[in-house]
Design a protein around this ligand. Structure first.
Ligand code: C5P
Length: 227
């Protein structure tokens, strides 16, 4: 089928803490489109490896698990729920430990290959908003609207710190800053699908910008490119 007959896609890429989750969910609500949280697929793969006793550095075994990931996404009373093998793993997936393991499995080329079609299957009418690192470069290179969100490492660490504190976690801002910087380095330096903006992406720096303004700028891009 020619690409033009496929439902439209808005890609929202960028490093951890740049505001992708907040912006993507708001854009999904405003447009009434489908949502792909690609990071959740890497986190699920990491958790599945952990549960099955597979090393997050064993490319072939991790890819074999990624290919058969028994995952499901549900919306219950407006809340997103992620299931692995039928059990609710939503909270566990968000932990720093799983985030760090996810960034290791995400560096393995066979794992990325195993998840590629699964991500493209989310492209359904009336449209898809896809959040990740390589949505605009690798998974949906022909997407009509591509956004690349950034913010300083310090600001991203501060946001994560406030979020975790709000959840009652005992965390230090200094160690979060170091972890985020380390994750950035790994995501940007890997050979397969490194974190980098697509040449045709619109860059938005969210450091000193209210979330509502960023969301409005993304929706303005959608109107400009798709109406
Ligand atoms: O976005 P989130 O923090 O949930 O992603 C977890 C990890 O998965 C990231 O640090 C990154 O290494 C990896 N990832 C990726 N490509 C994507 C989405 C996430 O490599 N499209």
């Amino acid at each position: 089928m020619p690409q033009t007959h496929l439902p439209p896609v808005v890609t929202i890429d960028g490093p951890s803490g740049a505001g992708k989750g907040t912006v993507t969910r708001a854009v999904v609500r405003a447009l009434g489109w489908h949502f792909l949280d690609s990071g959740a697929l890497y986190r699920l793969t990491a958790l599945y490896c952990h549960r099955q006793g597979v090393s997050p550095d064993d490319a072939d075994q991790a890819a074999a698990l990624a290919a058969v990931l028994p995952a499901a996404f549900r919306l219950e009373d407006g809340a997103e729920r992620v299931l692995l093998d039928g059990s609710d793993v939503t909270a566990e997936l968000r932990s720093e430990a799983i985030g760090a393991l996810a960034s290791r499995v995400a560096a393995l080329e066979p794992v990325r290959g195993a998840l590629l079609e699964r991500q493209r299957d989310f492209r359904q009418a009336p449209g898809l908003v896809a959040d990740g690192r390589d949505m605009g470069t690798v998974v949906f290179p022909e997407a009509p609207v591509k956004i690349f969100l950034t913010a300083t490492v310090e600001e991203r660490a501060r946001r994560r710190y406030n979020q975790l504190k709000g959840e009652g976690a005992d965390v230090s801002l200094a160690s979060l800053t170091e972890e985020i910087a380390e994750r950035d380095r790994r995501d940007a330096s890997r050979t397969t699908a490194p974190l980098k903006p697509a040449p045709d992406a619109v860059h938005l720096d969210t450091t000193d910008v209210a979330a509502a303004d960023v969301i409005e700028q993304v929706l303005a891009q959608v109107r400009e490119k798709l109406e």
